[in-house]
Unconditional design. Sequence first.
Length: 87
Amino acid sequence: MDLLTLFGVMTISAFVTGTLAKRKGRTIRLWAAAGGLSLIIALIGLAFFKNLSDIPVENLHKAKTNEKIFCNIVITIGILNLTYMYI
């Protein structure tokens, strides 16, 4: 796959994941980066995260921390995958 096609697919994946994250009240940029780099894993993860409006206030900080940890792991997996493909 050439780089231009890969960039197009990653952009569309990021847009789809970011849009779904926005509907759930989640961090759009973080989920868009995760979706652009590893779409399937990000979509599965996003499906299991609740809407932020459904989470009690006392658990909100923990939910956001879990979201950041998950997205960072997905981004790392995506970067390692790209590195493996092109090196």
